[in-house]
Design a binder for this molecule. Structure first.
Ligand code: SF4
Ligand code: SF4
Length: 382
């Protein structure tokens, strides 16, 4: 593939993070220490070089930024302070904006006013909907399902799920086009998408490359475990909201041993732990991966923490038998849930959760396609 050079690329990337793109003098220290380097592939130096020469299209079709989990070893050894780990992080943000055809991801990553403003508008819409369309308010006891009938909330959940599926699918199709079609010479047999699909499932469920990244470190930071706990709580809550809300949003208070309560408590504990850990890490800046914080790095855990805390307050008020406090807190809770799911999952940092395993999946398919093509070639004459 011919590399078309774009001198504006470097300037554009600087809007997405604080990596010192121009500082790198290609010494190779980062490549020597990065766990993803191989004999024939200098990771992450290859990507940095591409950025420096303005290889926009080549970078757009690359999966490399998704393979890096920001262990930070490269940044610690860089003699120029180029922060190669942060460069890879900036590239992930830039790629997210490239995959998104609506342009919202680009707006969110490059303008705090756009990101926070969109969330405020959506949150206010939720509050106004509750103010004008709520059902009767019972004040002598807590009847959440009279105030906000579960059928209504469930229908809204399904509309939101449809919205998510549409935007995630169309953005993933663009990702697929950039990685698997633009500038790819080998023919990709369709059946490889099926036979390699288990990679997608395994990497989505385990993010095991992250665990590999932490292997062999003298001082483990347990980020992978913390991340897996956070994802388990988040996915559990999403499944409950979309599929089992009628079982979850009930006025009856179940006994303490009931699974409905323990599933809720588990999700709440891991979400608070994961979000608080991320916020404290970014305040302390002890780990390399927390030294630079783009606004999107804050919005993600802060929103999650607020959603979980408002859920805890609403739950507590309900148990204390405080009707108005329960209803108002529930509305505030929904006003944070809606932007978190509708804006952050398809356009914000949450999208990394599915782009990463998809990148590994596409990498596997491309590698298998090359092997298949080699086997199909006629043997060279002696
Ligand atoms: S260690 Fe720093 S200067 Fe050396 S190649 Fe990597 S990013 Fe560039
Ligand atoms: S942060 Fe870690 S995984 Fe990412 S490029 Fe640097 S050394 Fe490699």
């Amino acid at each position: 593939m011919t590399i078309r050079l774009d001198p504006t690329f470097l300037r554009e990337l600087q809007e997405y993070g604080e990596g010192g793109f121009s500082e790198c003098f290609n010494c190779g220290n980062c490549t020597a220490i990065c766990p993803y380097t191989s004999d024939d592939y200098p990771f992450p130096r290859n990507m940095i070089r591409l950025v420096q020469i303005g290889g926009r299209e080549k970078v757009r079709g690359s999966i490399d930024p998704w393979l890096c989990y920001y262990c930070g070893d490269c940044s610690e050894t860089c003699p120029r302070g180029a922060e190669p780990g942060e460069i890879m992080m900036s590239l992930r943000r830039w790629l997210t904006a490239q995959y998104d055809w609506t342009g919202l991801a680009r707006k969110f990553y490059t303008s705090e006013v756009w990101e926070i403003g969109s969330m405020v508008v959506l949150g206010l819409l939720v509050i106004l909907t509750a103010v004008f369309f709520h059902a009767p308010i019972v004040t002598d006891r807590v009847e959440l399902n009279t105030f906000a009938p579960v059928e209504f909330i469930h229908t809204a959940d399904w509309i939101m799920a449809g919205f998510l599926v549409f935007f995630i699918t169309t953005n993933v199709l663009r990702m697929h086009k950039f990685i698997m079609r633009d500038g790819v010479n080998e023919r990709i047999p369709l059946k490889l998408y099926l036979t390699e699909a288990w990679h997608l499932v395994v990497h989505f469920a385990t993010q095991k490359r992250w665990a590999q990244c932490e292997e062999g470190k003298a001082k483990r930071n347990w980020s992978w475990i913390a991340h897996m706990l956070l994802v388990s709580g988040y996915v559990l809550m999403l499944v409950i909201i979309i599929f089992f809300l009628k079982w979850f949003q009930v006025d009856e208070i179940y006994p303490i041993w009931h699974p409905q309560r323990w599933l809720g408590y588990y999700a709440t504990i891991v979400l608070v732990f994961g979000a608080a850990r991320a916020i404290i890490g970014r305040i302390r800046k002890t780990l390399q991966m927390h030294r630079f914080s783009h606004p999107s790095d804050w919005i993600f855990p802060v929103l999650l923490l607020v959603v979980t805390l408002t859920g805890i307050f609403q739950h507590t008020f309900r148990y204390l038998g405080l009707p108005l406090a329960t209803y108002y807190t529930y509305v505030v809770h929904l006003a944070f849930v809606a932007p978190m799911l509708i804006l952050e999952v398809p356009f914000g940092k949450w999208s990394h959760l599915y782009y990463r395993p998809l990148a590994v999946y596409f990498e596997r398919i491309r590698a298998r396609a090359k092997e298949v093509a080699l086997v199909g070639q006629p043997a060279a004459a002696d």
